[in-house]
Structures are given as C-alpha cells and as structure tokens.
Design a protein around this ligand. Structure first.
Ligand SMILES: NC(=O)c1ccc[n+]([C@@H]2O[C@H](COP(=O)([O-])OP(=O)(O)OC[C@H]3O[C@@H](n4cnc5c(N)ncnc54)[C@H](OP(=O)(O)O)[C@@H]3O)[C@@H](O)[C@H]2O)c1
Length: 253
C-alpha cells in the first residue's frame, strides 16, 4: 500500500511527549506542522529545534478543553494553511482516581481534554476534509480503552469514547477520501507516566513510540496498538469474563 503524504498537519498536545515527537517526525519529512498546546514556551523551543534542522513547526497556543476556542482556532488554521491534510488529536490528561475516593475535578478534567477536546479538534476539520475529498484524522487513545481499568475510570472511559467515536467515523467516511486512524499506545516514557509508581510492562522510550506511531499513520492504519507484546496481552484481557477480570485486576496494585 502506498504511503500517505501531507503538506500540512496539526498536532495537539505537542508541548511534550508523544505529541512533541510526532510534530518533529512529520516536520522532518517536509510537512508544515502546527503544534498546539497550552505551554507556548515549550512550543517555541520546539519550533526553534525544527528550524535549526531546516523544517517548519508553527506554535499554536490552545487549550483544547475550551471547545469554542478549539473549533474556531482550528478552522482558522485550516483556512490559513490552505487546508490541513492531517489532524492528530493527541492532547491528553490522565490521573488515577480510585472509585472509593472518586475525585470530581479529575473526572471533569479528563472528560474536558480527552473527550470534548479531542472531539472538537476532529470535528473542526472533518466537514471541510469531506468537502475536499482529502484528509486524515488521527486520535491517540490508549489500550486502557479496551476495559475499565481499576483507579482509571475517567481515563479508561475517555479513551473508550475516542475508540468508538473514530470507529463510527471510519465507517461513515469510507469512500470519501478521508482516512481515520485510532492509535492505542501501551506504556511510553513521558510527563504523563513519570509519576507512575507501579510496574509499567514493556515501557517504550518516547522516540521508539513516535517512530511506530508515525509509520502507522502514513500507512493509513485504521487501528494501531503497540507495542505488540502489550497489545497481545490486552487482546486476551478484552475477552476475559467479568468475574475473572474483576478478580485479576482487583488484586493488582
Ligand atoms: N505515555 C503513555 O504511556 C501513554 C499511553 C497511552 C496513551 N497515551 C496518550 O498519548 C497522548 C500523549 O500523552 P504523553 O504520554 O505524550 O503525555 P504528556 O507528555 O503529558 O503530553 C500531554 C500533552 O497534552 C497536552 N495537553 C494537556 N491538556 C491540554 C489542554 N487542556 N489543551 C491542550 N493541550 C493539552 C499537554 O500540553 P500542555 O500542558 O502544554 O497544554 C501535553 O503536550 C495522550 O492522549 C495520552 O493519553 C500515552
């Protein structure tokens, strides 16, 4: 299958971790990348790093939890760029909260960023892509989407939203020229996973994960879960009957 190519891209959550890496990965391949996040100083440092390497990253200060601002800003960028070819909804928030002491602020922030923010990011451009008969929307979900993991009710549920949302879109957009990809990373080193005290099996370096994600995107994969070791285990976990799942995961600290 031929690799997809893009002139312009938008990556949200590009001030650190996977988003930062993906912005650079595409910029190095000649794509003009709009890099969005709240921390403008990080985005400016990223733009300087790209410039030094002869590539083009444009910083975009944006809080995706503000859906009106997100819709308006992304539509503006789409117009100014002559049409965004690739939009990656990567911005994410994750914090553990046990059901026994559920924290509303954590639940709300997770929904605002991972659900509302991601959906607004994609909906800002989708009708225009369909009209142009060209484009690619990507959501960065997580393997946490596959079951309701303990102490992660808001995070697992928010990623399940993205998984299902993108699956429906993929079916609707068949034959329109617009590609849809959902990515399910396992554990990757980043600011998000740095506070984790528990075991993180098959933990990847950010650069390794970015390379795998970038390649899956240009291959136009519908769904891509990595690393394969974690993905294989999770495919089995998906099939576990509730009684076994509850017993196995309830014990895990
Ligand atoms: N690392 C992993 O193991 C792992 C596993 C599965 C899935 N993921 C997913 O991968 C994505 C990237 O995560 P990461 O690991 O690279 O973590 P990270 O380094 O913490 O990056 C999160 C990014 O999201 C941005 N963000 C958070 N809230 C935002 C908001 N309201 N508006 C705009 N941007 C916002 C942050 O930028 P600002 O703070 O500057 O706004 C930051 O750039 C997330 O969707 C995460 O759920 C990560």
């Amino acid at each position: 299958m031929a690799e997809l190519s893009y002139r312009t891209a938008l990556v949200t959550g590009a001030s650190s971790g996977l988003g930062r890496g993906l912005a650079l990965w595409f910029a190095r391949r000649g794509v003009k990348v709009y890099a969005a996040a709240r921390r403008l100083e990080n985005l400016e440092a990223l733009a300087n790093e790209a410039r030094a390497a002869g590539s083009h990253v444009e910083p975009v200060e944006l809080d995706v939890a503000d859906e009106e601002a997100t819709l308006a800003r992304i539509r503006e960028l789409d117009t100014a760029s002559g049409g965004l070819d690739l939009v990656i909804a990567n911005a994410g928030f994750g914090k553990e909260t046990s059901g026994k002491r559920i924290n509303w602020e954590t639940v709300k922030q997770t929904i605002d960023v991972n659900v509302t923010g991601a959906a607004a990011t994609l909906c800002a451009v989708l009708p225009r892509m369909v009209e142009r008969k060209r484009g690619h929307v990507v959501g960065v979900a997580s393997m946490a989407a596959f079951r309701g993991f303990p102490r992660n009710a808001p995070y697992s549920a928010s990623k399940a939203f993205l998984h299902t949302f993108l699956e429906s879109l993929r079916v609707d957009l068949r034959g329109t020229g617009v590609h849809v990809t959902c990515i399910y990373p396992g554990y990757v080193k980043s600011e998000m996973t740095a506070p984790n005290k528990g075991p993180m099996p098959f933990l990847l370096e950010t650069e390794e994960a970015v390379e795998l994600m970038g390649r899956a995107i240009i291959r136009g994969e519908a769904q891509y879960a990595f690393p394969w070791q974690t993905a294989s285990v999770l495919h089995l976990v998906k099939l576990l009957p509730n009684a076994l799942f509850d017993r196995a995961l309830g014990k895990r600290r």
